[in-house]
Design a binder for this molecule. Sequence first.
Ligand code: DAH
Length: 361
Amino acid sequence: MMTDIATLQTELMAAIDSADTLDALEAVRISALGKQGSVSALLKTMGAMSPDERQTQGPIINGLRESVTAALAAKKAALETAELNRRLASEYVDMTLPAPETPRGTVHPVSQVMDELAEIFADMGFAVAEGREIEDDWHNFTALNIPETHPARAMHDTFYFPDEMAREGSKMLLRTHTSPVQIRTMTSQEPPIRIIAPGRVYRSDSDATHTPMFHQIEGLVIDKGIHLGHLKWTLETFLKAYFEREDVVLRLRPSYFPFTEPSVEVDVGYSMVNGKRVIGGSEGWMEVLGSGMVHRKVIEACGLDPDIWQGFAFGTGVDRLAMLKYGMDDLRAFFDGDNRWLQHYGFDALDVPTLSGGVGA
Ligand code: DAH
């Protein structure tokens, strides 16, 4: 019996020693300690032993079980360590290799500029408002003091929907400017109001400097005691932050828009540097936006009392602002979807504009 146990122990130790995978080791464990295992069988014989026999055989059989269990655990740990080392050796990443070619999207300059403008105006307390691209005649024209017979309607080259689609007697159209957002904001929220409204606008017009769809941004402030000085300060602060130059000079020229009185067109000064126009200084002037004090009739059309509430509004082309800052010269390229153009003029998606980090590239 004792020699049998010694032989079994030698065999099992040899089997454990030569198991070279975790699966092989598990097979040895089952053959020894499993239900039908050789060591389990020996343990079972103890029940039928006389007390004397059990006293001598018990420790031997239990000793066998313990040494086999310990040998299995040691071998398992060794195999696992070996496996880990093998994987560490084969699965390493060579950090010195160049990164693989991966498709890289960019943020379109129009989106970038809109984000920059939102950031600049948020700092001055403006919220971003949204209107509708499919508008009605009343919001796009009438409420903005552009009545049916007004020549400005012809100037806007409007895309109208068929008459059958009119709503409440108002023809439907693609908005020709972001100014109707002024109306939607004043009729839906209580003053004081400070909003900007960036978005798409549509006009039936197409050449090198006009596309049927383009982008505008509208600004509106309605409060008590607002005057032209507030407008000028706001525009100056905005344009200095946008062009990231302290030497931005504005020139306000009297103009006419039906929805503002007085109306001003705003020019920004440029200097010639190596034959190119650069914003800053006042060697020449470029028109950048339209603005003015909101017309009494517009405030009235929105159900507010113009003797209590006054304000200013401004509107400008986002595409044009982008061209001026980032030096593109063909508007049509903005909407061609040409990947080479986007790779060149696009912005890194992680490069989010912030006032502290710089709103530009
Ligand atoms: N809506 C005008 C346009 O599309 C731009 C504009 C001019 C907007 C003056 C304004 C403004 O808010 O005050 O040409």
